[in-house]
Ligand binder design. Structure first.
Ligand SMILES: Nc1ncnc2c1ncn2[C@@H]1O[C@H](COP(=O)(O)OP(=O)(O)OP(=O)(O)O)[C@@H](O)[C@H]1O
Length: 688
């Protein structure tokens, strides 16, 4: 327990400060330099006249026995009290303070009875008292420190005195850019690391810093040690720009990079396990209130996953439809946005897990490793489940699914506002080894996401709520535990920029192996490309949303399994919610409808409003030709927002990508402002 004693009770720390918080104000004048040492000398000198007065006062034979026994009791009580109150101090100080009070009380009692001028009381007072006063002064002089190396420690030591944690001893503080760190030694058995953590905001206030600027992290190997980190400037105020994919064309074994921590380290999330570093594969829970930046985090993670050579991303997003996933329209991601389809896919997962795990076993692998893709074509699968609470309640034994999925090379990412007991069972939660926590509403919500240790170490996602979108804490395998309580912020990005990088990688994107694709009712590569080969006259730009009963599914070869699956799906139709009607429509086989404007891209309602709806959408070739003509008529700088929707029938991100492509091909020239262009090739621009 923390010592809650009053600051004034310890002669070693009283006096000597004349600013509000003492430790900051320099004392130049000799009087103020000597003032801290006055109490022991003044106290010692006044003791003699006090004892003399008491002796004369109690001189009568009747009063003296009462006075002597009263003073003895009082002395013993004060000695015991001193010992108790100094328990949070270093052992030597505690013993010295107790001895000082005990000896002083004994001398005062004896001097009151016999008279302080008697031998040896007079000599004891003169030499013994003087010695005690000198000892206290030396102790104070050393503690206050004239030596500059110790200066910072003593200053910090005083800081702990102020928050009533005097026994806490700071070590040498290490100064880094925007950060000061140093070890703390706690008085073993007297002050707990949680006591210091609770005082961290008070310490920040005393240093004139914002809440959360001081963090105390416990030492996992020694409960009497901790680390104090002080971050002066809040560098997360302004998010950093997305630098592009971190490991394009490399393995998903490399971390997914999402942003930066306040100490400028990169926020890294490892998904697959790695035996060589004893790291486990992990699932992730993503939490954060509305507007806290979850979708932004998803988009960055998606861009990372989709630019790796051996990973497949499947996204289930039953709530926002393709509002969030629009930027993935040209990617290899598998998207399911109807609730019924999402649930069906989840129900098929156990089969996929069993198949993949036994397949990996046959190849001699007890978990997924890059060789599984390189040698056998089995990619790592990241199944990202948005608004998971709406789906998981209908999936039996999801905890078992989660438990088994990791060994089958599948990471589940469960994203929802909060993971309270109503939203997610404790069993499921215990299977999610990583937590990505954005701003939440309350401390309680933070507790559903982050571990107690991280919260005690100073993580406060509730301080952001949704006022600091993108700010996060991340716990997970492979991450240095000191970073668990370090705030970070996702990169600032635009959907267009992400889409461009993803599209660049799409031709090399990993394919879902045939057996998994079949069980889940998904195409192997991407809906976009499969669909394209089956319906090559159908426009593909928006064709990435893959409901389970899509034409691509019906095109799969019929066999015993698929008959069974279809029967099962028919049964399940009764259970499914709001999307049932759509599913029935989509389930009808429509393999050859060359001119039919089937547009599985659900982005259309969002951007192609009333003007576009009654119009047949131009094909990609027509859209590009229209855009080209339109550019030819432009005379000034323009951007994607200036391109009329009816020219192409698509959303603005399409224009954005097309313009970027044309600029790359040298047809138009980028202007100074990002995302805007001159309607001429570069050389003409210079000539003009
Ligand atoms: N790192 C960031 N820096 C600055 N702004 C950001 C960052 N991340 C997201 N934002 C902005 O914050 C707003 C909310 O973000 P986002 O839509 O990702 O939140 P959300 O948690 O998904 O919200 P909801 O659950 O309501 O969809 C958006 O305008 C987004 O552009």
């Amino acid at each position: 327990m923390a010592s809650q004693r009053k600051r004034g009770g310890d002669p070693a720390v009283t006096g000597g400060t004349n600013s509000e918080f003492g430790y900051q104000k320099p004392k130049g004048h000799w009087a103020s330099r000597l003032a801290p040492y006055a109490p022991e000398w003044v106290g010692g000198l006044t003791l003699w006249p006090v004892a003399a007065g008491a002796h004369l006062w109690f001189a009568s034979a009747e009063a003296m026995p009462w006075a002597s026994s009263g003073l003895t009791l009082l002395g013993a009580g004060l000695t015991g009290l001193t010992y108790y109150c100094s328990r949070a101090r270093a052992a030597l100080v505690r013993q010295f303070a107790t001895a000082t009070v005990g000896v002083t009380a004994a001398w005062t009692t004896a001097a009151t009875i016999a008279g302080p001028w008697q031998t040896p009381l007079l000599e004891l007072w003169a030499f013994g008292g003087g010695g005690v006063a000198v000892a206290w002064s030396i102790h104070k002089a050393l503690k206050r420190g004239g030596d500059s190396d110790e200066g910072s420690s003593n200053t910090t030591s005083d800081l702990f005195d102020k928050v009533k944690l005097s026994g806490v001893k700071p070590g040498k503080m290490e100064v880094q850019p925007n950060k000061v760190t140093g070890p703390l030694q706690l008085p073993a058995g007297e002050v707990d690391v949680s006591d210091v953590q609770k005082a961290s905001d008070k310490i920040a206030a005393m240093l004139g810093l914002r809440k959360g600027a001081v963090r105390i992290t416990e030492n996992p190997d020694d409960a009497s040690k901790a680390t104090m980190t002080v971050v002066a400037e809040d560098v997360l105020k302004d998010p950093q720009q997305w630098p592009g994919p971190s490991h394009p064309g490399e393995s998903i074994l490399n971390p997914v990079e999402l942003g930066v921590y306040e100490n400028a380290e990169v926020v890294r999330l490892w998904l697959p396990g790695d035996k060589s570093t004893s790291r486990n594969a992990t699932h992730v829970q993503v939490n954060g209130m509305n507007g806290s930046g979850k979708s932004g985090g998803f988009k960055l993670a998606a861009a990372e996953i989709l630019t790796r050579r051996d990973a497949v991303l499947i996204v289930l997003d039953p709530s926002k439809g393709d509002q969030t996933v629009q930027f993935l329209q040209n990617s290899a991601a598998h998207l399911v946005t109807d609730a019924g389809g999402c649930k069906k896919l989840l129900k098929k997962l156990p089969q996929v897990i069993t198949d993949r795990a036994s397949q990996l076993g046959q190849w001699g692998m007890d978990q997924w490793e890059p060789a599984a893709y390189e040698q056998h074509g089995m990619p790592y699968v990241v199944l990202w489940i948005e608004e998971a609470s709406k789906l998981l309640k209908d999936v039996d034994q999801f905890d078992t699914i989660a438990q088994e999925a990791r060994s089958a090379g599948i990471s589940l990412v469960i994203s929802q506002q909060k993971s309270s007991f109503r939203q997610m069972s404790t069993d499921v939660r215990s299977q999610l080894g990583a937590a990505l926590c954005f701003g939440v509403k309350s401390t309680e919500d933070a507790g559903y996401s982050l571990s107690d240790e991280t919260l005690e170490a100073g993580a406060r996602p509730e301080q952001w709520q949704n006022r600091r979108p993108g700010c996060l804490y991340l716990e997970g395998p492979g991450i240095d535990e000191e970073l668990f309580a370090t705030p970070g912020r996702t990169y600032l990005h635009s959907d267009e920029a992400l889409a461009v990088d993803i599209a660049e990688h799409t031709p090399n994107a990993a394919e879902l192996e045939a057996s998994t694709a079949k069980t889940l009712g998904l195409p192997t590569k991407s809906h976009h490309e499969n669909h394209s080969s089956e319906h090559n006259t159908t426009e593909q730009e928006g064709g990435t949303v893959v409901p389970l009963h899509s034409p691509s599914r019906t095109a799969e070869p019929a066999n015993h399994d698929s008959v069974e699956t279809d029967l099962e799906q028919l049964d399940q139709l009764e259970d499914d919610d709001e999307d049932d009607t759509d599913e029935n429509v989509l389930a009808l086989p429509e393999p050859h409808e060359p001119e039919l404007e089937v547009d599985p891209d659900a982005e259309l309602p969002a951007e192609t409003n009333t003007t576009a709806l009654p119009q047949p959408r131009p094909s990609l070739t027509e859209a590009r030709a229209n855009l080209h003509d339109w550019i030819g008529r432009q005379t000034t700088v323009f951007g994607p927002k200036d391109v009329p929707t009816e020219l192409h029938g698509r959303d603005r991100s399409w224009s954005s990508r097309e313009l970027a492509r044309l600029a790359e091909d040298g047809v138009i020239t980028p202007a100074d402002e990002a995302g805007s262009y001159y309607p001429h090739p570069d050389d003409e621009q210079h000539a003009a």
